[in-house]
Design a protein around this ligand. Structure first.
Ligand SMILES: Cc1ncc(COP(=O)(O)O)c(C=O)c1O
Length: 482
């Protein structure tokens, strides 16, 4: 939640108190450089002990509530028929209005089950934007992911409120060309992760449904960040300013045919699920659950996490929970803007996204500017962000690099974890880096996995050892040991 101060400015205010803390360490810049080199300039390969602020992701890294932790103590570990599952089912019925629930170990497991069941070779899967694991699963099943976003989606600096909307004209053309029988389903991601956590509007969702329903195509919502998308609808879509988050989520679900999600985000646990009211869809997926995940009533999740998810689903509908990271991100983005750092606007739902193409416009896209910026930010601050650009795109069938639509450094804001002083520190170090941006060079791979290479790939500076020079400049400015 944001609160207005007497001078008219707004700050994010925590509607909770902190009663358990975890120590962090700010390693000196020389150690950070060494850690980055050992990690092959890939922030995924850093060790947690070397990280000061972990802004890699909001996935599974949120602070849980006291009620979630308490619920975990009451879990039922029965292999089959666990009471914990029935509590989850009850929550989903109450909040989403969906009768059928399939738990799974995380979001990509749900994607795998959907791909296995519905995506056939030669199919297209239209969506507002892809997510890495979504695309990997749908590609592996022989489908073709089509991203049918509107003209505003890729404009980094913008005031357009719903950059996650689907372009209806492009959707109609794509279905006409493929034929409805060759469309697995249409997928709408609630706050499109890879283009800045940008929401879709309810109006757009309804229009998509009106287009596909008569053609017998079903509509899937990736609800990993459903409460944030609902929060933005409340703030930005006319007519919803007084509607509760709970009612908005319920309305989204009444339009969609099926929702799957990673429980690691809005729900603040580690798990996932698929839910629907469509018996035919449920029954098509259900046989595969014990094959790939686990029995119907745990699906690969621990019973403790299922209990916490049952609570998290209810809690994410509280206004101050739904807005906890969105308001912090808005503050963080505002701070960076006042310091002249190019960021994606309007602020999105999971992170502050820095536009690497503008931050280091001298680094060509073929040398992975977003990856280079992520490494440089870590060296100068101890903050771990994530590359969301061409490193996150796998090569095409002929082995060519696929340039990403955007080169973004994602600084994720896990829910209820960091405070204003952390954001101020981050903004200060980013400004220092911006003043020294010409020192940052490009990267090239020396180890590259064939799929989802951003997780395990290793890189090194293309030309001079710019990491060392940057660390030296930082030490000259702030003194040794900083
Ligand atoms: C929108 C979206 N869908 C799916 C996933 C995959 O979920 P998981 O990481 O739980 O496998 C993510 C993860 O970040 C996501 O952001």
């Amino acid at each position: 939640m944001s609160i207005r101060l007497s001078n008219g400015s707004e700050i994010p205010i925590e509607m909770h108190k902190v009663r358990i803390v975890q120590k962090v360490r700010l390693a000196p810049v020389r150690d950070r450089l060494r850690a980055m080199e050992d990690a092959g300039y890939n922030t995924f390969l850093l060790r947690s002990r070397d990280i000061f602020l972990d802004m890699l992701t909001d996935s599974g890294t949120n602070a849980m509530s006291d009620n979630q932790l308490a619920a975990m103590m009451q879990s039922d570990d029965a292999y089959a028929g666990s009471e914990s599952f029935y509590k989850l089912e009850e929550s989903v019925r109450e909040i989403f209005g969906y009768q059928y629930v399939l738990p799974c170990h995380q979001g990509r497991a749900a994607e795998h089950l959907l791909a296995k069941t519905f995506v056939k070779p030669g199919h297209i899967v239209p969506m507002n934007y892809h997510f890495t694991t979504t695309k990997a699963h749908f590609d592996l099943a022989g489908g073709k992911v089509l991203e049918l976003y509107g003209p505003e989606a890729l404009v980094t600096e913008s005031s357009f409120p719903f950059k996650g909307n689907m372009d209806l004209g492009r959707l109609k053309d794509a279905i006409d060309e493929a034929g409805p029988a060759n469309v697995s389903f249409v997928r709408m991601e609630a706050t499109t992760n890879l283009i800045g956590g940008q929401p879709f509007s309810l109006e757009n969702l309804r229009q998509v449904k009106a287009l596909v329903e008569p053609l017998g195509i079903f509509l899937v919502v990736d609800g990993s960040l459903i409460s944030e998308n609902a929060y933005f609808i409340r703030q930005r879509e006319p007519g919803y300013e007084n509607t509760s988050i709970r009612d908005i989520i319920r309305e989204i679900m009444s339009v969609a045919d099926l929702c799957y999600l990673s429980g690691r985000k809005s729900c603040s646990v580690r798990g996932g699920m698929i839910a629907t009211n469509r018996k035919d869809l449920h029954e098509a997926i259900r046989p595969w659950l014990p094959v790939y995940e686990g029995f119907y009533t745990y699906g690969g999740m621990s019973s403790k996490e299922i209990e916490a998810m049952a609570v998290g689903i209810r809690e994410m509908t509280e206004l101050e929970v739904a807005g906890a990271s969105a308001d912090a991100i808005k503050y963080f983005v505002g701070l960076l803007q006042t310091k002249g750092i190019p960021v994606v606007t309007p602020p999105g739902g999971l992170a502050c996204h820095v536009d690497a193409m503008r931050f280091i416009d001298h680094v060509p896209q073929s040398e992975y500017p977003a990856g280079a910026l992520a490494a440089a930010v870590y060296i100068t601050s101890g903050i771990r962000g994530m590359e969301r650009g061409s490193v996150s795109m796998d090569r095409d069938k002929d082995g060519n690099d696929v340039p990403s639509d955007m080169e973004l450094l994602r600084l994720a804001v896990p829910r209820r974890v960091y405070t204003m002083s952390h954001f101020q520190y981050a903004a200060d170090r980013l400004r220092w880096l911006y003043d020294h941006r010409k020192m940052i060079g490009g990267l090239e791979f020396y180890e590259e996995p064939p799929v989802l290479r951003f997780f395990g790939g290793k890189m090194k500076p293309t030309k001079s050892d710019w990491g060392l020079a940057l660390a030296q400049a930082f030490e000259d400015h702030f003194g040794p040991g900083c």
